[in-house]
Design a protein around this ligand. Sequence first.
Ligand code: ZN
Length: 130
Amino acid sequence: MSIQVKTKERVAVVDVTAQVEEAVPDDVEQGVCTAFVPHTTAGVVVNENESGLLGDVERALDRVVPRDGGYEHDLIDDNADAHLRSMLLGESVSVPVVDGGLDLGTWQSILFVECDGPRTRSLDVTTASA
Ligand code: ZN
């Protein structure tokens, strides 16, 4: 199953926990749910959905991988920072499914990180029953 994630800014963090949870089939009680980003300039992580922290993520990405870093890829496609940021974030997360639901920690959410928006992206969710 694929979830659509829409953003309005170039860099944005979107909490997709509810949509991923909804994508877990009703007949899976125990297993593993994987959310995979089929793109090269966006990522997905598990962390805390706290507004200050979400801003911190964007600022930290900007410090670690500045927008204009003199990258070679910018010569053909002006978005090298977005590729590099998505590589640091990772393209998938796996979450245990227990009693039919995502077994996330109290402060954990699934966060989609757009690095080259605004646009509409796909997030592929697959669940394996154990
Ligand atoms: Zn590119």
